[in-house]
Write a protein that binds this ligand. Structure first.
Ligand code: SF4
Length: 455
């Protein structure tokens, strides 16, 4: 006789199954897209040609959904705080709730407004451009060698969309009033050759993250040639292609020439015994749509080993356990995308309102355990400057009053070969000041004149 089951899902903090409908939001609800055909909507070229780059274009798309006060706030943010310019493909705009743009989670990270930022602490005193010091660790221009066996290859400094919280705000995208972007000095061909040459001479590296920017902006013939050249190096066993465009512009991955090139890459990887995967960056469940799932399915059918999600924890976007679980189950059930990491938002200028304290992130990790399969339970991770990724529970010490956590590491980055203390030093990471108790906030107020140069 069956025992009476007492696990009533309605009594769990998070209730599964999901209640959301998995449909492409109707773009015709937006005034600027009311006459757009399905053929145009599904064209990558049309999407790129109609990507929104300023408030005037946004107004043409959203009409009265974009109120004057919101327009003003976007303009002020672009002038006074933004570290990224506006670039939104129609696909991305269509995942926003036009009826409540002010509170919409996608708007909050793709299109920041001035009142989103924290009034007293928009910026942590220790925040820096290139907060992960990637360019210091370039082995060749754009090739960051931070970990012993893996490297990051930045092929390009542009993306099909620009995220407000971009970690690589130092280099990626167009200059904005607050940030003059750095530029690569060398031409792509020269840079790619130098990267390949370095990897050929460095057999300790087995794993290459091919990134940017976003690989969806690398001309597909160049991407294919580079990835195939990587696979010709016997030491390279793992390749991951990094693209948020898979979510922001899935149409790119559904073009014939792109599909054919990716198919050739997947076949070559299989023949050479190289694991090839795609890593994407989705921060809210509303952004996983049938078009995204269609592009993912093509990649998996070709033999890509996986499509994994590396999201970023952003306050007001995805920082409740329910938001995170909703996103992870939507990725898994509908998108066939593997939840993998959620990173703490990095300490770039003006990012404070998005960032969580370490103890908030630890609580989130606790609260999402046990719902998802173990292999799909994302690790909540912090990228500690000069250290690298660490699970949020791995800290060595934590001063909760000043909001300083201390971290250690077990390898040398590419710039520490002669640093005798690299493996014994404790490295610091900082909580947002406004999350600290009053005495902690007072401590940082007193530090301000001394540390302003870091901002
Ligand atoms: S897609 Fe990635 S690299 Fe491009 S702006 Fe967003 S976070 Fe930055």
């Amino acid at each position: 006789m069956a025992r009476k089951v007492k696990a009533d899902p309605s009594r769990q903090p998070f209730s599964y199954p999901l209640r959301r409908q998995f449909v492409e939001p109707d773009w015709k609800r937006l005034p600027g897209y009311k006459d757009v055909s399905q053929k145009d909507w599904e064209s990558a070229l049309w999407q790129r040609q109609h990507s929104v780059k300023n408030v005037k274009e946004l107004k043409e798309v959203l009409g009265s959904f974009l109120t004057d006060d919101l327009s003003e706030e976007i303009l002020r943010d672009q002038k006074e705080r933004a570290t990224m310019s506006i670039l939104l493909p129609p696909q991305m705009i269509n995942t926003m709730n036009a009826d409540d743009l002010r509170h919409d989670p996608v708007r909050r990270y793709m299109l920041p407004i001035i009142s989103d930022r924290h009034a007293e602490w928009p910026n942590h005193p220790k925040a820096t451009r290139d907060s992960l010091h990637e360019s210091e660790m370039w082995a060749t221009e754009g090739l960051t060698h931070r970990y012993p066996t893996k490297v990051l290859a930045e092929m390009i400094a542009t993306c099909p969309q620009y995220c407000g919280h971009c970690t690589r705000m130092d280099l990626v995208g167009n200059s904005v009033p607050q940030v003059q972007k750095h530029k690569f000095e060398h031409q792509p061909k020269e840079r790619y050759e130098a990267m390949l040459d370095y990897l050929k001479k460095t057999p300790s590296v087995r794993d290459v993250v091919v990134s940017g920017g976003d690989v969806a902006n690398v001309p597909i013939a160049q991407l294919e040639a580079f990835v195939c050249a990587l696979m010709d190096l016997p030491n390279i066993k793992d390749i991951r292609l990094a693209t948020k465009g898979l979510q922001g512009l899935p149409q790119h991955f559904l073009q014939d020439d792109v599909l054919k090139a990716l198919d050739r890459i997947a076949k070559k990887a299989w023949e050479r015994g190289v694991d090839i995967a795609v890593h994407t960056h989705v921060n809210h469940a509303n952004q996983v749509t049938p078009l995204v799932a269609k592009a993912v399915k093509k990649l998996l059918e070709m033999g890509f080993r996986d499509v994994r999600n590396q999201g970023v924890l952003l306050r007001g976007v995805n920082t409740t356990a329910n938001d995170l679980l909703e996103l992870c189950f939507t990725l898994l059930d509908f998108g066939k995308i593997m939840p993998y990491y959620f990173y703490q938002c990095d300490m770039i200028p003006n990012s404070e309102h998005w960032r969580l304290s370490i103890h908030e992130a630890r609580q989130l990790q606790h609260d999402i355990m046990g719902y998802l399969p173990g292999f799909a339970t994302p690790r909540v991770t912090v990228d500690v400057p000069y250290v690298g990724k660490r699970w949020v529970h791995q800290l060595a010490d934590y001063d909760k009053v000043k909001g300083v956590s201390y971290w250690t590491k077990n390898y040398r980055t590419g710039i520490e070969a002669d640093d005798a203390e690299a493996l014994t030093r404790r490295y610091e990471y900082y909580d947002p000041v406004y999350t600290l108790p009053p005495e902690g906030q007072e401590y940082w107020r007193k530090q301000l004149p001394k540390t302003a140069a870091h901002a």
